[in-house]
Design a protein around this ligand. Structure first.
Ligand code: CFM
Length: 539
């Protein structure tokens, strides 16, 4: 790896020095040098961004409508709000779907942007009538199975009762209609929206189905959103292993999958942050156990498949999984041999929403690359330090605003999957109900930064010159103008899939190209070559 030019502890102090003292005090707690990865130091997370700081974060509505429900193709996702909220959420996340994956001519509304297009008069006189009209219109044109209504900021401010409208329209139109109080300002980030989406899915959808997907070893995959086709690769893998995918939350999904989710024998979680609430609630209500998996990275994929086979315990399944892994790893190994010499020793940094800043470190380490610094936009302390810290997390007013559902055992639908004794035996290898977080897996001395500010990003680049910086579209061009390539880990730019075995190979190829091109070092931003006229305020 390139020489580390500044001790991370010193980097932190230099950065904090530039802030006003109050700001420095706050940011101090969100920037942690990972000195003892086996026992990570507490990091401040899931708190408000300091006003005036340029943050990477998004809003609650984005987490609810865009992230969790966005990839489900046969629900009309109707945005109640001004047109901008809808327009800017229109397919930019690159969550793919295949309308034919559950039979021909499946409904697919994902290429549409549904909005009530609120105007000034709706803000003044209320928007409920317009919302009802929009539901009727959507029903008339598309005859969908379901409509989800998503609240944007103004809806909460003027007090439209979206839930009452949903109930009335459900009655009138005879289809499942439910609403989300996911106003953009709720909570402190997208994360609030995930929780709200999880709650409403549990209340209004999960449990309605009458039959599970056909097949043995029936699982739900939670927290996989089919960005750039990731879910397609995972579907291929499960099929080859003989594992039945009953429902995905929510990549390449349908309403019917959510409705039948309670039948699965196991929930596996990819993205802990966005969907752990559903897993917890489904365990209490229906008896479905869950554990964490990671299908980003070839080794991680193999390990996750072995965990699933281990849960079911059948020798046939274990053999099939092993044979499949051996077969797939042949190509992976070939690819690693080809790319590793070009990538080994290079340095990456990654700042993405939740899980990805953790998961993608796997892929980089398969290429011999080190992650010097990483962080989440909206992860909670458990995503950094592991779920064991949950009891010590202080619940503040912003989190208390988000409903916590009281879930009870569903006497009719609850089914025991494993006895306590069986679970106990499997515990050491499967680690039920646990996520160890990102910091344990990062090297000693790495820099972990929550809610990275634009200024801190510039300082990371200026001091450490990473070979690749991973973030999103908001950061992309600023970083590239500094001469450092940026790989979007939200949308994957134009690439992907990166999950599973074939995805890993795609990623190696793309990263090899990115870190070995000299183009970013050859171009100069105009202000680096032209004379700059400086001005000062005259007091
Ligand atoms: Fe989970 Fe995601 Fe992520 Fe996320 Fe997101 Fe995303 Fe993300 Mo962008 S659900 S937390 S809210 S893995 S959209 S598919 S890439 S910030 S790291």
């Amino acid at each position: 790896m390139a020489k580390i030019e500044m001790d991370p502890q010193r980097w932190k102090q230099e950065v904090l020095k530039k802030y006003p003292s109050k700001v420095a005090k706050k940011r101090d707690k969100s920037i942690v040098v990972n000195d003892d990865p086996s026992n990570p130091a507490p990091i401040q997370a899931n708190v408000r961004t300091i006003p005036g700081i340029i943050t990477q974060r998004g809003c609650c509505y984005a987490g609810c409508k865009g992230v969790v429900l966005g990839p489900t193709r046969d629900i009309v996702n109707l945005v109640h709000g001004p047109i901008g909220c809808s327009f800017y959420a229109w397919l930019t996340r690159r969550n793919f779907t295949n309308p034919d994956s559950e039979g021909p001519n499946g409904d697919n509304y994902m290429m549409y942007a549904f909005s009530t297009d609120m105007q000034d008069s709706n803000i003044v006189f209320g928007g409920e009538l317009k919302l009802k009209q929009a539901c009727r219109e959507a029903f008339e044109i598309f005859k969908p199975k379901a409509i989800g209504i998503f609240s944007t900021c103004p809806v909460g401010l003027i007090g439209d009762d979206v839930h009452a409208v949903a109930r009335e329209m459900k009655e009138e139109l005879g289809i499942n209609i439910f609403a989300f109080s996911c106003e953009g300002y709720k909570g402190v980030t997208q994360s609030a929206g995930h929780h709200i989406a999880n709650n409403q899915l549990m209340k209004h959808v999960v449990g309605l189905g009458k039959t599970p997907a056909k097949g043995k070893y029936c699982i739900n995959l939670l927290g996989e959103y089919n960005i750039g086709g990731d879910a397609f690769e995972l579907e291929r893998i499960f099929e080859k292993c003989g594992i039945t995918l009953n429902a995905t939350f929510s990549g390449n999904s349908t309403m019917a999958q959510f409705e039948r989710a309670h039948f699965a024998d196991l929930n596996v979680i990819m993205c802990h942050r966005s969907i752990n609430y559903v897993a917890e609630m489904m365990e209490k209500k229906y008896g479905i156990h869950w554990f964490k998996v990671n299908f980003i990275g070839a080794e991680a994929t193999a390990k996750s498949l072995r965990k699933i086979a281990g849960y079911f315990g059948d020798q046939d399944l274990k053999d099939q999984v092993e044979a499949f892994i051996i077969e797939e790893l042949k190509d992976v190994k070939k690819a690693v041999e080809e790319f590793y010499p070009h990538t080994n020793g290079k340095m990456a940094m990654m700042f993405v929403g939740g899980s990805r800043a953790h998961h993608y470190q796997e892929l980089f380490s398969e290429l011999g690359m080190k992650t010097l610094s990483a962080g989440y936009e909206f992860g909670h302390r458990d995503d950094y330090e592991g779920r064991r810290v949950i009891p010590t997390i202080q619940v503040d007013a912003d989190s208390r605003n988000i409903e916590e559902l009281t879930i009870e055992k569903d006497e009719g639908l609850y089914r025991e999957r494993k006895t306590d004794k069986e679970k106990e035996k499997l515990e050491p290898s499967l680690q039920f109900n646990d996520y160890e977080g990102m910091m344990v897996e990062m090297e000693k001395g790495t820099l972990v930064i929550d809610d990275l500010s634009h200024y801190e990003m510039e300082k990371l680049i200026e001091i450490y010159h990473p070979d690749v910086f991973c973030a999103g579209i908001k950061e992309k061009y600023c970083v590239q103008k500094m001469g450092i390539p940026l790989k979007q880990l939200h949308s994957y730019d134009y690439g992907g899939p990166y999950a599973g075995f074939k995805g890993a190979i795609n990623f190696y190829k793309d990263i090899d190209m990115i870190v070995n091109t000299s183009i970013w070092k050859l171009i100069k931003a105009p202000w680096e070559t032209e004379e700059i006229i400086e001005a000062e305020y005259a007091a």
